[in-house]
Design a protein around this ligand. Sequence first.
Ligand SMILES: Nc1ncnc2c1ncn2[C@@H]1O[C@H](COP(=O)(O)OP(=O)(O)OP(=O)(O)O)[C@@H](O)[C@H]1O
Ligand SMILES: [Mg+2]
Length: 412
Amino acid sequence: MSDQIRVLIVDDILETRDHLTKLLGFEKDIEVVGAAASGAEALEMAATMLPDVVLMDINMPEMDGIAATELLMARVPSASVVMMSVQGEADYLRRSMLAGAREFLVKPFSSDELTASIRQVYARERDKIGRMVLPVAEARTAARDREPGRVVAVFSPKGGVGRTTIAVNMAVAAASEPGAEVVLVDGSFQFGDVGVLLNLNPKNKSIADLVPELEAGGDPDSLDTFVITHSTGTKVLLAPPSPEMAELVTPAAIRRVLDVLRARSDLVVVDCAAAFSDSTLAVLDTADVILTVLTLEITSIKNMRLFLEVAEQLGYPGDKIELVLNRADSALGIRVADVEHSIGRKVDHTVVSDGRSVVYALNRGVPFFVSNREAQVSQDVLRLAKALLGAPEAAPAEARKPAPKKSLFAWR
Ligand SMILES: Nc1ncnc2c1ncn2[C@@H]1O[C@H](COP(=O)(O)OP(=O)(O)OP(=O)(O)O)[C@@H](O)[C@H]1O
Ligand SMILES: [Mg+2]
């Protein structure tokens, strides 16, 4: 596989080298290209093997990991170093970072922590190189020439069913597809959680800063100032930092923002609020697909039935709505067939329940698609992402019901 992350292991202890090699051997997207027993050997091997990531032990006789990193950065600048140490002191961390290391792992670490660090460091570096090689003018031409992308609203008439979890991980999964430009918009304008799941600084600019700029007739190219690039390459437009600022985000502004984003990306994923506010309706109206999330709970199913009725009144075409059953394997006494019977529609996508991966990732501010890519729940969101990135023609013809679209607010 040409897109595997090439890793070089550097540790003076044979047992550690073997253990790490075995551990990483289980990861399909990682290839251990070599294992060096000293700093000097690491420099030699790195020069010929050109690894993407070097796992470097800090305590080694003769040349320690910090000195080796310094020399490595000068000789093989394309490699990113993840430092491993039994000491977690700030001084070690600071010296490693000054030497050029990108990450610092304190031993003992779990295999999940190890693989998440490797993937993150690799994604960050790839993103940086991508930004360097694509000159601004070329990027703008590409933006102008591209087909407009799809706007996907992740919605549910009931809260707490996993909209944010699915929106975030699906966007990250889509962004991992080669060449895909993906923007994630936190459409929960009052109480957005997207920044928390991605561990982004709430002091970053948000949609509340962008709206006045666009309303003043600002250049849409200035959009890049308001959209943050996450280490996975996913672009993120955050919700306002405080609930009262949500008022700035008018329905007209939301439509404009989504249209501008659509013009320059393949996929725009919007994590919507559960309430039927003017702003949520503006998102649903603008969206090409409303990914509607439900769980195997009677209240979720009841609200879904109501929402499908409302959607019909709004004149949304049948294929605009796609149902996602989250935690589809939960044994709660209701079967998928019961749900389908009750709402009179097939479930289009399913995502399994995996509390361990989901909560672990949530608490670390790392999407589970990054920290546990092999898990079924990650594979489910990847399948979903791929389906949404695919051409709209891929949808079965009989699912389309051309219906005249009524004015959104006439319904209210
Ligand atoms: N597939 C899953 N497996 C296990 N736990 C999950 C899954 N999806 C979501 N969860 C958990 O369910 C809870 C609610 O998820 P999330 O915050 O994504 O829902 P939401 O619909 O965005 O909620 P809100 O209405 O608060 O915005 C979280 O604790 C999350 O970790
Ligand atoms: Mg949410």
